[in-house]
Design a protein around this ligand. Sequence first.
Ligand SMILES: Cc1cc2nc3c(=O)[nH]c(=O)nc-3n(C[C@H](O)[C@H](O)[C@H](O)COP(=O)(O)O)c2cc1C
Length: 308
Amino acid sequence: MIPKIWLAPLHGITSRTFRNTLCRHLGGIDFFMSPFLPAQTRGRLNRKVWQDIFPELNTAAPLIPQLMGNRPEQFVDTLTMLNEQFGYERFNINIGCPSSPVVRHTRGCGLMPHPDIVEEMVSAITSKTPYRLSLKMRLGLHTPDEGRELLQRLNGYPLDFLVIHPRLGDEQYTGTPHLDLFEEFCQLTKHNILYSGDIFTVEDFRILSERFPSVSAWMLGRGLLFNPFLAKEIKGMDSGDKAARFGAFHQDLVESLLPIRGESGTLANLKELWHYFSAFTHTSDEDLQKLLRINDLQAFCGEIERYI
Ligand SMILES: Cc1cc2nc3c(=O)[nH]c(=O)nc-3n(C[C@H](O)[C@H](O)[C@H](O)COP(=O)(O)O)c2cc1C
């Protein structure tokens, strides 16, 4: 069976421009999840905030918007508005982001030690709206007991699926995913599970998919940046002339970013991406450092032609 592949939400990286350009040129991706957007109270909804998920700008694959917040009524208001304005019927809530400002405000992974709040949010959304709701979580913020408790409670609600990134928030992105705990979590939940974390090669995917046959779909994040053809390779699809396709993708990305982000914003975005793309293009650390020191978009684009 051909696996279902999601592009993982990477805040500041997988913007609508990146998602759609990548998918159009390189393929292999079945679904998008947007990076987190703030749940807001009705009356204070700002349309500009939602540009990333405008449906007319997200046509390359179906998109599930991801939201972050901690107040049930804000979620109900925001989901209702997103349905009325844009037609979305499926939503994801982020309870996995480990960044300190987010956690400090009891959002993202900061919610994992507070199962009452999460349950209140899920209960309000599933009882007051008809939308399909999923959550993206870690094992816990400090301990997997937090995740265990939450999974037991979530079994009582009708969820679309759960995405599990099997690390603790305290671990950020260090070490390796805890696969034994992931296995335990799969057994504890009655919901469909999507796996997210450290799929960098086809072999990583093969090992995981053999060990976890009940996982219904797979998210690729950093692995797809290190190797933009990874989704296709996992599916056994022909990638064609990779250098030519990557070059065309990159050029389209620059041209699409420019009117939205301007020269300096586009350059900043490309520099962030090249921390990852340099692995695909076998660019040495020394050459990458040289690239990152360039402060002019034209010069940057001229220079990367050497590596593509
Ligand atoms: C720079 C960066 C930004 C991220 N932003 C989000 C986000 O907005 N929402 C979310 O649920 N996860 C976010 N994540 C977590 C990823 O979606 C993913 O779960 C994690 O990186 C592990 O998968 P990977 O090893 O395939 O990258 C982010 C991760 C990184 C590295």
